[in-house]
Design a protein around this ligand. Structure first.
Ligand code: TYD
Length: 211
């Protein structure tokens, strides 16, 4: 039996991770066999690559190096964590995946969505999520949420607002392109409303697929 591969996407400060944590908890309480994971990271070597990518000292990183490192970390994550969990019939809830590379490296870094998709195919061998919940929040709102948190920002978050605007636009165009699997949620609603909307998409989907 194959499990379900569900990804959560969104621009920085969109509110996706907080909704994701709550649905993970609820699904576990309901007795579903859930695996939570994230990118970049999600396995031993992938987490090491994550440190390298997000390190604030690595400001001069070439965009193609960045894209390749994300893809390398994804390959580790897929082979060590995602595929074994799928084969064991589990529900995988993954914070960011391929669409992040398409939006951030493909669109915002201007490497080209198609180029980054093609490059990632070597790593993913055609593995796409069964469902992607994309939480979108205009960057001026998303970034002000992050600043309010008063935590240290990573290398990508420290990018200028023009970069974050492009990420946002990139995500909308990806949602359009992959409208068979991507569902957009308005992240500008209250935390409770975002959560409700996410649940209304996710729970019927799981019920339909897993019974
Ligand atoms: P993280 O702290 O995990 O972000 P968040 O809490 O917003 O999910 O940091 C991941 C950063 O890396 C985030 O700014 C998005 C970026 N990213 C890419 O640029 N490309 C990718 O392929 C992935 C997976 C993430």
């Amino acid at each position: 039996m194959r499990g379900l591969f569900i990804t959560f996407e969104g621009n920085d400060g969109s509110g996706k991770s907080s909704a994701l944590q709550t649905v993970k908890k609820e699904l576990l309480e309901k007795g579903f066999d859930v695996v939570y994971t994230r990118e970049p990271g999600g396995s031993y070597i992938a987490e090491k690559i994550r440190e390298l990518i997000l390190d604030k000292d690595n400001l001069g990183m070439d965009p193609k190096t960045e894209a390749l490192l994300y893809a390398a970390s994804r390959r580790e994550h897929i082979t060590k964590t995602i595929i074994p969990a799928l084969e064991a019939g589990k529900i995988i809830l993954c914070d960011r995946f391929l669409d992040s590379s398409l939006a951030y490296q493909g669109y915002a870094r201007e490497l080209g969505i198609d180029n980054v998709l093609q490059m990632n195919q070597f790593a993913t061998e055609g593995l796409f999520p069964d469902l992607t919940i994309l939480v979108c929040t205009r960057p001026e709102i998303g970034m002000s949420r992050i600043k309010k948190d008063e935590r240290d920002m990573d290398r990508l978050e420290l990018e200028k607002i023009t970069f974050h605007n492009k990420v946002y636009e990139g995500y909308l165009s990806i949602a359009d392109h992959f409208n068979d699997r991507v569902v957009v949620v308005n992240g500008e609603q209250s935390k409770e409303e975002v959560l409700e909307t996410v649940k209304n998409i996710l729970y019927p989907f799981i019920k339909e697929r897993m019974g």
